[in-house]
Design a protein around this ligand. Structure first.
Ligand code: GLN
Length: 186
């Protein structure tokens, strides 16, 4: 991991907190807004935010295809909206995605009353405080996907080869274990 540069897609959403978390976990984190900046990194975090808005900006900046190609060679960690972008299939409503992980994701799936919450979550990385904000639910996972944590029976932290997704926000707590785990994949 030493000397590795980790990009954080900085088009929209809470990318600054990821930069801080990655730096604190020992990486060199940089904000990514162009294909040239993307190419200079060894791994990428796609933050939470609004996946529909991110998609629009990705197309406007001609970053959608470069990002898909990048994910075929290098690790991506998607949190919340980032997990929606990495998914194979997206519903509620359906929208385009990068198709880099074999997961089916339903957006805003916990409903209005449970928009946001903090829970103590047992995971394969140990117990974590997990912050959910208008989170998607991972409704199905393919055979290549390893589930690292579930909440109410649904996967909330999962990996497939080099890629990792969380439907919660590890960048909003001081706990660096999820970011450190992603860095271990670089
Ligand atoms: N609801 C958002 C979406 O559908 C995701 C929310 C988040 O990233 N905190 O893109």
């Amino acid at each position: 991991m030493a000397g590795k540069v980790v990009g954080v897609l900085a088009l929209q959403g809470d990318y600054e907190r990821h930069v801080r978390a990655l730096d604190a976990a020992g990486a060199h984190a940089v904000e990514v807004r162009s294909a040239a900046e993307l190419e200079a990194t060894d791994g990428l975090v796609i933050p939470g935010g609004e996946s529909t808005t991110m998609l629009k900006i990705l197309h406007r900046e001609s970053l959608f295809e470069p990002l898909r190609a990048y994910g075929q060679a290098k690790p991506i960690f998607g949190t919340c909206a980032g997990a929606i972008l990495l998914a194979g299939r997206v519903s509620s409503p359906a929208q385009e995605s990068l198709g880099l992980m074999d997961i089916d994701v339903q957006r805003n799936a916990y409903g209005r009353q449970l928009d946001s919450r903090v829970v103590t979550l047992p995971t394969k990385l140990g117990d974590l405080e997990a912050v959910f904000i208008r989170a998607p639910i991972i409704r199905a996972t393919g055979p290549a996907v390893q589930v690292l944590a579930t909440y109410s029976g649904d996967p909330v932290l999962a990996e497939q080869g080099r890629h990792l997704v969380a439907t919660f926000h590890p960048e909003l707590t001081a706990d660096l274990r999820v970011h450190a785990y992603f860095l271990s994949k670089l």
